[in-house]
Design a protein around this ligand. Structure first.
Ligand code: EPZ
Length: 421
């Protein structure tokens, strides 16, 4: 199993190009199932997760031609060959559950394994299923599989989500595009990936208004057209490298990053004493020497501070002056990085959904590992700031969501190596 070795203490200076957003790419890939026409996706990040989703789509009968050098993937679901997503595929990556809505909307039935829990929490899909029921689908759960049918097609509906869910908002949108009549979604997630999915669906001929606001209105259409869409820049990757630049006392241009998408992070970085400026090419993050101030973090749905940057920011705060209080409001078990950061010398006390980080003078490298993507990259961030060598095990987590991580960091002067085997 590959590991990543980081020799800390080198400043990060240079430009990091920001890739297409994983969490948008996965949903626009699923959108290809809705249409018998081609969908061309630009800026497709080459990640284990996007490759995996492409393989699932192939198994359902979608032709996927992906030119890796240009990042352009052309998908064509002329015919749907299968409507079954088996356990082994959905278990490995939850986002594959998102094929249920498009299959149901296009073919009228689908059988998709329930995704089950994962390291960061239980992550049920009840809101997704209630949305499909509201659109007229019959849903049965049998032997761990969701069997969904709407043999006379889905009908538009008014759906008020009891709380904000990114996945349920996106999944309901994907299904409503081909439903008969109007769907109104209320209390929707407002993450930039929602507006990106809507932009892709609109290019395909869908009628959607309000994506990115709490209320989305969709008028169903009977068929879609060929389309081309460019996946937006990954705000979590951009935010991670912004934090890495701060941790390593660097000066980094995040090329292609959209400052509006990382506004809450920029606010926290500035409060801690890091310079973050919007420039023509993206966002420039600079930290001059001296300890940062401790600041608090409260994760919230967009535009609040993203749960997907909580671990990385905690790594930064381990070396700040004073105490920072973290409150994780989205997932119930998202502090697995805390004991690993403690192995590097951090002082972190976790109490349920809260964590108190008391800044220490230095971190010292050690072997560490984590059980999810964002937790793993937080250990890379800590390793950049630690003295000596940090070895991050279970690199496959990083490969799920960070394109060319070592190459991007190395180009800015970091001493990072992948150790094979
Ligand atoms: C998406 O997950 C992202 N994943 C997550 O990123 C991200 O952390 C999360 O949104 C929040 O921003 C993808 O886009 C593939 P939710 P999602 O539905 O859609 C509960 C990463 O590292 N809930 O907004 O699954 C749920 O358990 C990943 O890239 C229900 O109870 O998140 C959670 O507590 C990790 N029932 C809360 O809602 C439901 O039916 C918000 O989850 C759905 C969700």
């Amino acid at each position: 199993m590959d590991r990543i070795s980081i020799r800390g203490g080198m400043p990060l200076n240079g430009t990091i190009p920001i890739s297409g957003a994983k969490n948008s790419a996965l949903k626009v890939l699923a959108a290809a199932l809705l249409s018998d026409q081609t969908l061309t996706l630009e800026n497709m990040p080459e990640l284990a997760d996007t490759r995996f989703m492409a393989d699932l789509l192939r198994s359902l009968g979608v032709s996927v031609v992906w030119a890796r050098d240009s990042g352009v993937a052309t998908l064509h679901a002329a015919d749907i060959a299968s409507t079954i997503a088996p356990y082994d595929l959905v278990r490995k990556m939850r986002a594959t559950f998102n094929v249920l809505g498009p299959l149901l909307a296009r073919v009228g039935h689908a059988t998709v394994s329930l995704p089950g829990g994962c390291a960061i929490g239980a992550r049920p899909v009840d809101l997704h299923l209630k949305a499909f029921e509201a659109m007229g689908a019959d849903i049965h759960i049998e032997a761990g599989y969701v069997k969904a049918a709407a043999l006379r097609g889905l009908r538009g509906a008014r759906i008020a989500f009891p709380f904000v869910s990114v996945g349920a908002t996106e999944h309901a949108m994907l299904a409503a595009v081909l439903a008969q009549g109007e769907t109104i979604l209320e209390n929707c997630a407002q993450e930039p990936e929602i507006a990106d999915l809507a932009a892709c669906l609109i290019a395909m001929g869908a009628r959607i208004e309000g994506a990115g606001s709490p209320t989305i209105r969709i008028v169903g259409v009977t068929s879609l057209q060929p389309a081309r869409h460019r996946v937006l820049a990954d705000r979590i990757e951009a935010g991670t490298y912004a934090i890495a630049a701060a941790a390593a006392c660097g000066d980094v241009l995040l090329a292609g990053a959209n400052a509006d998408h990382i506004g809450a992070l920029i606010n926290r970085l500035r409060a801690a004493g890091v310079e973050a400026n919007v420039v023509n090419e993206g966002v420039r993050v600079r930290r001059v020497n001296g300890r940062l101030d401790a600041v608090d973090v409260d994760t919230q749905p967009f535009p609040g501070f993203p749960t997907d940057l909580q671990a990385q920011f905690m790594a930064l705060m381990t070396l700040a002056k004073g105490r920072s209080r973290f409150k994780e409001n989205i997932f119930e078990n998202r502090y697995m990085h805390a004991p690993e950061l403690t192995r590097l010398g951090a002082d972190i006390a976790v109490h349920g959904s809260e964590a108190i980080v008391t800044g220490v003078d230095k971190l010292v490298g050690a072997p560490v590992m984590a059980t999810d993507l964002r937790a793993s990259v937080s250990l890379v961030v800590a390793g950049l700031a630690a003295e000596g060598e940090t070895v991050v095990n279970r690199v496959y987590h990083l490969d799920r969501g960070f394109e060319r991580l070592e190459a991007k960091l190395k180009a800015c002067g970091a001493e990072v190596e992948r150790l094979s085997g």
